[in-house]
Design a protein around this ligand. Structure first.
Ligand code: AMP
Ligand code: GLY
Length: 421
């Protein structure tokens, strides 16, 4: 019987905890810091320890004799939480600090892809504002500007003119609006295509693929507005045909795992390749060293076999078989007013009673105060539903959204709808 530690407070971690709470082989689940949604799950307890407080998390894990630790967000991985837990012999799902640079340093990850011939957009890197602006003289637009470091999905800008690009570069490199994350900046070729999130569970040379999902990064309907951490997702992705799947595995996933082996980088955890598909060619836009949020919510709604059993199998040298609900899932993110540019204060939320087995509301950073649910900003809920088609799941999810009271929240109305047209 496992005792599982989950690190994180988001809707992704709520989905992981919810999934674990349905597994008979899991005795108890502890979450740092967790949220109000997780507190109502069976055999689950939250502890108010922030994800950056690694020493406190390790002590808690030892105290509770944790048998499997799953790290949700990138920040603690970039701070070396996996290294510390591993030192204490705790089976940890999430890469070590060195390997986590694949996500936490875009320049590191670009160099890795170039070295190993993994297809990605052409790019140039800059630490000097004037040099970056001069580079724009010979650039095509749109162009993509990326902060090198972690920026919670807010460090990527697609700009359509030299003027706009110059303003963004000024904001990043002179005003340093994202702090250290933009000490270096990447200017990247814009690739026009459709996006797919390809996520593998990797244990050094062994891996198993999760099903495919598609995120919606832009804030507004019709893929307009600023980039966000993700406003909704669906799974599976009908556009990923058998042929495309073969291309993804043969040109991206296997070469990435082989390259990690060649560079003697031990990688243990989710390996997320954010892909752009253009004319049947696949390019890596980014690697993440964790599950995507909100992709995880749609994937875990469909995963019927146990994630923790799969982790045990991989760690023992056996490749597990994952079982999926054949139905489709859609997840709609509800964010607090002002997201992603400004934070508004606390607000209250009223959720409907869930009676249906094919819907679930995952919460992020919520707190229960005197029986009332409070949101503290940003992306707050992911409303998920299953359906026989993506469109049916879309309808179910939005029916549930309309039953939620969440004043002035922002959400897209077209999640899972565009691809059906
Ligand atoms: P990233 O964090 O690098 O995945 O970028 C966030 C989002 O920006 C991606 O999911 C895409 O929607 C968009 N994006 C990033 N790089 C490119 C690119 N080279 N061409 C087109 N869109 C991009
Ligand atoms: N949804 C994209 C991400 O988690 O980075």
């Amino acid at each position: 019987m496992d005792t599982v530690l989950i690190v994180g407070a988001g809707a992704r971690e709520h989905a992981i905890a919810w999934h674990c709470s349905k597994q008979d082989s899991i005795k108890s689940i502890i979450v740092c810091p967790g949220n109000a949604g997780m507190e109502t799950l069976p055999r689950t307890k939250t502890f108010p320890i922030s994800v950056e407080n690694i020493d406190a998390i390790v002590s808690l894990a030892l105290e509770h004799t944790v048998t499997c630790a799953i790290i949700g967000p990138e920040l603690p991985l970039s701070l070396g939480i996996a290294d510390k837990l591993n030192q204490h012999g705790i089976l940890t799902w999430g890469p070590n600090q060195y390997a986590a640079q694949l996500e936490s340093k875009k320049i590191f990850s670009k160099a890795f892809m170039l070295k190993h011939g993994i297809p990605t957009a052409t790019s140039a890197q800059f630490s000097d504002y004037i040099q970056a602006v001069n580079f724009l003289d010979n650039s095509n637009f749109p162009i993509v500007i990326k902060a090198d470091g972690l920026a919670a999905g807010k460090g990527v800008f697609i700009v359509s003119s030299k003027q706009e690009a110059t303003e963004v570069l000024h904001m990043l490199m002179v005003e340093k609006k994202l702090g250290l994350a933009c000490a270096q900046v990447i200017l990247e070729e814009y690739i026009d295509g459709f996006e797919v999130s390809a996520i593998a569970m990797v244990w050094d040379a062994s891996y198993v693929m999760l099903e495919y999902s598609q995120d919606h990064k832009r804030l507004l309907d019709g893929n307009q507005g600023p980039n966000t951490g993700g406003m909704g997702a669906y799974s599976p992705v009908p556009a990923v045909t058998k042929n495309l799947e073969t291309t993804i595995i043969e040109t991206i996933i296997k070469p990435t795992i082989n390259a990690l082996q060649k560079d003697a980088i031990s990688y243990r955890g989710f390996l997320y390749a954010g892909l752009m598909v253009r004319e049947n060619r696949v390019y890596v836009l980014e690697y993440n060293c964790r599950l995507g949020d909100p992709e995880a919510q749609t994937l875990l709604l469909r995963l019927q076999s146990s994630l923790v059993s799969a982790i045990h199998s991989l760690s023992q040298g056996t490749t597990p078989e994952l079982h999926w609900d054949k139905r489709c899932s859609v997840g709609v993110v509800l964010a607090q007013e002002g997201y992603p540019t400004s934070a508004s204060g606390e607000t209250t939320i009223t959720l409907p009673n869930l009676h249906s087995k094919h819907t679930m509301i995952f919460q992020a950073s919520t707190k229960l105060k005197s029986g009332t649910l409070h949101s503290s900003g940003g992306r707050t809920l992911t409303v998920t539903a299953l359906g026989d088609t993506v469109l049916e799941a879309h309808r179910e999810a939005y029916a549930l959204v309309s039953a939620i009271e969440f004043k002035n929240c922002v959400f897209r109305k077209d999640i899972g709808k565009l691809q059906e047209q």
